[in-house]
Design a protein around this ligand. Sequence first.
Ligand SMILES: Nc1ncnc2c1ncn2[C@@H]1O[C@H](COP(=O)(O)OP(=O)(O)O)[C@@H](O)[C@H]1O
Ligand SMILES: [Mg+2]
Length: 356
Amino acid sequence: MTATAQDTEVVLKVSGLEAGYERPGRHGFGRRRVPVVAGIDLAVRAGRTLGVVGESGCGKSTLARAVVGLRPAFAGSIEFAGADLASVPARRRRRMSRDLQMVFQDPYTSLNPRMTVAAVVAEGWRVHPGIVPRDREDAEVARLLDLVGLSLEHGQRHLHQLSGGQCQRVAIARALALRPKLLVCDEAVSALDVSVRAQILNLMADLQAELGVAYLFISHDLDVVRHIAHDVAVMYLGTVVEQGPAAEVFGDPQHPYTRALLSAAPSVRDRPDDGAGEIVLRGEVPSPAEPPSGCRFRTRCYMAADVCERETPALVPRGGPPQAVACHFADGAGTTAPPREGSEPDGRAGTDHARP
Ligand SMILES: Nc1ncnc2c1ncn2[C@@H]1O[C@H](COP(=O)(O)OP(=O)(O)O)[C@@H](O)[C@H]1O
Ligand SMILES: [Mg+2]
């Protein structure tokens, strides 16, 4: 991390977070907690974007929902703007929720399709009065629509009359109407066509430059995260395995899982023709509710040794590169250890996996 990056104020700090869902207990008594993510540490700096990547099912949405308070946190802390969200009184928490907004994957289900666009954008002002005086609301809606590339005429339409990309613009305008410090985006562009996706990503980058809002930007799509994130956290089975500046994580990945992910996505790598073959991971992803002991990645790792079964590797910087890596063998030089028997970097160097 550069000196300037470290100097920037941290808006969101997640430490040791365990979160998941609750189920009825045995014989229907009480509730049983099922953790999905565990030991998550991450930080989002003011006006910057932390991208979170990982395969479907690794717990990204659980993390996003826990951060905005839609899922219970079983352990750990979520500090927002310097205050621990779990310990602030309800009233202050409500006030803080204004600064912490979320954009979901599907605007058709996350927003009310029967409302007009203008009413959707202004909805948050009913919950959080005092942001915009009543007599200024129309003008502010017009300004917000303009900001996200919609016209005043769109304001009178209903959501079901808009395209997916236009709806997502409305969802962004609605979130920005509260002037948040942080926007949590969970697969916010994943349902959009490629060209519309690029437009929305560019819009979000422009809005960040203009408004200074920070993004926790979650996506299973490496290309998308590569496009928008300053920093990246790579998730596997409910934990962060590697985190650091995007250029370092994508340019010089240290964790065996990150390497495997990137090996299957040459278009995301800095040097797609680096001759590295695709690393094909063996086995199935275990259930996040019953993760392997020690390193959660070990059952699929081509470098796993006995220590990986016994000891959980901490997410820490390991020598050379600036990113933090949760791997016993990533010391900046040691990740070249020979693959263990039964694993297969399959050596398909030079095959064309490039996506459009
Ligand atoms: N309320 C729930 N009930 C049952 N399983 C759940 C629930 N919430 C999450 N899970 C399980 O937790 C895992 C992670 O889910 P999620 O956080 O949605 O992952 P992602 O967003 O990375 O795809 C999945 O295996 C999912 O089935
Ligand atoms: Mg999800």
